[in-house]
Design a protein around this ligand. Structure first.
Ligand code: 5GP
Ligand code: MN
Length: 331
């Protein structure tokens, strides 16, 4: 995937200044960067006196309820019109779900703010930089361009996005500049201790119960591919409402013998969600893109139609082919 860097800071700022009402949406199954960049934008643009609505299908996951403004995010959109819509952390339109569909039909213009190399460049104004460690970093850089004063309400969600997408400043996307950004955000009142404790280190017993079932299915395939499967029965048995692997795929990639990890999640309506991670030097984004999804070299995913075990066999074969093109760069 070639890098993309199309950042129309001024055009985007003018679109904001000209708007009275702004809708912000992010991707379905939101992670810390989706929610962090959404809330950072919402709280920042509100401080400019704009009327701002934030929305994501199914609302904010419980893990992120501590963030300022999380209780205002709408899980559905049934009415409203906006001068401007901003899509954050989503590489294509489909990824913003039903709120994205509604928003596009009821907004005059769309800003596409993202950091995925797989971004398909939808929308009217681009703030897309695939070298950014997170969408939240793009939000911060934009606010710096606009000389917008940072408050704790703005800084907390943005630092959460950076912390989660860099797995606690550990990915290859982290530079000295990333740490400068973190310093700026902490100086504005964001607590790194609270963010890491709440979003990286905290797992409840239900999650461990889910992992216990999923780990029973774990296999190490030829080529260094490790996989686990989560079925609808697993979610029902454990009693979770959020159908997430809660970070299992990130746990599996820690296995020494594995170069790529994959978790297959059975969804209702004969769909399968595929979540993948790679060690530095390997690329799972191409496989994800080929399956109609997207992501980054080291973290990517897709949702496809099909029967769980058939999808599993097909994707393992694709990963076994992709792993041949990589080489472990950090041992
Ligand atoms: P996760 O495995 O945590 O669900 O997703 C990892 C990364 O892959 C996400 O941050 C996102 O960049 C990307 N991703 C996951 N699923 C999809 C998908 O269905 N479509 C697209 N475009 N990207 C996805
Ligand atoms: Mn992201």
């Amino acid at each position: 995937m070639t890098a993309i860097n199309i950042t129309e800071w001024e055009k985007a700022a003018h679109a904001v200044y000209a708007a009275e009402s702004i809708l912000i949406v992010t991707h379905i199954d939101p992670d810390g960067d989706a929610i962090g960049s959404l809330l950072g934008l919402m709280n920042g643009l509100k401080s400019l006196g704009k009327r701002v609505v934030g929305a994501v299908d199914a609302g904010v996951p419980a893990l992120f309820h501590f963030l300022p403004g999380a209780d205002e995010i709408q899980p559905k959109l049934e009415r409203g019109e906006w001068d401007l819509m901003i899509s954050t952390d989503a590489s294509d339109e489909k990824r913003t779900g039903l709120v994205g569909d509604y928003g596009r039909a009821h907004s005059r213009a769309v800003i596409n703010l993202d950091h995925h190399a797989t971004n398909i460049l939808f929308g009217y104004v681009y703030l897309v930089d695939s070298t950014a460690c997170s969408a939240a970093e793009v939000v911060l850089r934009w606010f710096e361009q606009m000389e917008l004063p940072l408050t704790r309400e703005i800084a907390m969600p943005i630092l959460t996005g950076i912390v989660t997408d860099t797995m606690g400043f550990r990915t290859s996307s982290v530079t000295a500049q990333t740490l400068e950004y973190a310093k700026t955000l902490m100086s504005a009142g964001a607590s790194l201790t609270e963010i890491t404790a709440r979003v990286l280190d905290n797992r409840n017993f239900q999650t461990i119960s889910l992992w216990k079932r999923a780990l029973a299915t774990t296999e190490l395939h030829e080529g260094g591919i490790i996989s686990s499967v989560i079925t609808q029965a697993d979610f029902t048995e454990v009693g979770t409402t959020e159908q997430s692997d809660q970070g299992l795929v990130g746990f599996l990639i820690k296995v020494e013998e594995a170069m790529m990890s994959v978790v297959f999640k059975e969804l209702p309506d004969s769909k399968v969600n595929i979540s993948m991670r790679a060690k530095p030097g390997f690329d799972v984004s191409q496989v994800a893109f080929g399956l109609g999804g997207g992501g980054h070299q080291q973290a990517a995913g897709a949702t496809v139609e099909g029967e769980l075990l058939a999808v599993k066999a097909q994707v393992i074969a694709l990963l076994q082919e992709a792993v041949k093109h990589g080489k472990l760069t950090i041992v």
